[in-house]
Design a protein around this ligand. Structure first.
Ligand code: KG4
Ligand code: ZN
Length: 360
């Protein structure tokens, strides 16, 4: 059977997203609802609000997309849904909806690891974005609000963790830094904007673990250093130097991520790199990844922003490929806040070191 039109659902955090995707990676359509405004007043994501909004938004989004594509639900080939890892209340809404659709319309159902979606996102294409020439294997840096890790991607379902943040995700550091500066949530994109006119060398933020000869990262020290620096400044000073603060902070994050990405590529002797996840929307990180690859003669693949941040298209692609090879979770599928034991090749030895499974 061909999986030309798989309906996919993503509700692992605060974005509600629905897509129809082919096993070729072509996205027929995608609609998403963002809850940023509702969470902004609390300065971060409130899980209860996120799941209630998913509940209200999800089925109307499915209807909207099918209408837009002039598709009947009977015409879809299967249903894919993010069932792990994520906020449990949010995942429950997506999984229960996907199960109901699959059961009532007698379609195969597949649960997808959200992180698999992120690492496969550069294979997506649509009417405005051509298919890439990316091939396995490659090194992927997946960096977002909830996860920051380097993966060795050898094929569908063949992922090893090369290294990860031992504490906070880079996006979390971005959001906290922005909050300390009084910028609206989610802060990453605001910091990026302000940094455009700032001096990257104005402030010396720490680059934790950058010189350690491994692929582990840490961003909690950067958060504490930011707190100490900003607490020592008056509101007028912070306002006056906002652009410099943002540019310097952004450079520190990019330095760490790019240096670990380079190290991973050298260790794996691989010239194909992928940068993905919400923080890969960051203009400086993209620029630095391009510069690294230009100077080394490597190639970097970065999805367009709509497929970097949380989206259903990446879930639909992974789902279509898995359904194509005969996988089907049926009604046994359950949501899980953590990844499944077999999701990553755990304990694999890389250059004599144990690869770690990151916290999710
Ligand atoms: O992948 P994503 O949409 O959701 C998670 O799975 O976490 O990533 C969201 C994260 C947030 O921390 C947000 O601040 C960050 O990505 N982000 C950015 C930018 N756009 C989004 N960080 C830095 N620069 C950006 N332009
Ligand atoms: Zn994500």
């Amino acid at each position: 059977m061909k999986f030309e039109k798989v309906l996919s659902i993503e509700t692992s955090c605060d974005d509600t997203s629905v897509a129809v995707v082919s096993s070729t990676g072509f996205v027929h359509g995608m609609v998403s609802a963002n809850q940023d405004l509702e969470h902004a007043i609390f300065g971060g994501i409130v899980p209860e609000i996120a799941s209630r909004n998913h509940n209200a938004n999800l089925l109307p989004l499915v209807d909207e997309l099918l209408k837009k594509l002039q598709l009947k639900i009977e015409e879809i080939d299967g249903v894919a849904v993010t069932n792990r890892p994520g906020l449990i209340g949010s995942l429950i809404v997506g999984v229960m909806t996907a199960k109901t659709l699959a059961l009532t319309k007698q379609k195969p159902l597949i649960g997808i690891n959200h992180l698999e979606g992120h690492v496969l996102a550069p294979f997506l294409s649509d009417a405005k974005w051509p298919a890439s020439d990316l091939q396995f294997p490659y090194v992927a840096l997946a960096v977002s609000g909830g996860h920051t890790a380097l993966y060795w991607v050898e094929g569908l379902g063949e992922y090893s963790i090369l290294g990860s943040s031992i504490d906070d995700a880079a996006g979390e550091a971005y959001d906290k830094f922005a909050k300390m500066l009084g910028l609206p949530f989610p802060g990453g994109v605001q910091v990026d904007k302000l940094a455009q006119t700032g001096n990257r060398k104005a402030y010396d933020f720490p680059r934790s673990m950058i010189h350690e000869e491994n692929l582990q990262m840490s961003f909690s020290g950067l958060k504490s250093a930011s707190r100490r620096l900003l607490d020592s400044m008056s509101d007028e000073e912070k306002e006056k130097h906002k652009a410099d603060l943002c540019a310097s902070f952004q450079e520190a994050v990019a330095d760490v991520l790019i240096s670990k990405l380079e190290r991973a590529a050298l260790e794996m002797n691989c010239t194909r790199l992928v940068v993905t996840g919400g923080v890969s929307a960051n203009s400086r990180l993209r620029e630095r990844a391009e510069e690294l690859c230009a100077s080394r003669g490597w190639k970097v693949y970065i999805p367009p922003t709509r497929y970097c941040t949380d989206n259903a298209a990446m879930i639909g692609y992974a789902g279509a490929l898995r359904l194509q090879r005969g996988e089907n979770h049926n009604m046994e599928l359950a949501p899980s806040p953590k990844v499944w034991a077999g999701d990553f090749k755990a304990g694999q030895l890389l250059k004599g070191r144990q690869a770690r499974v990151p916290r999710t």
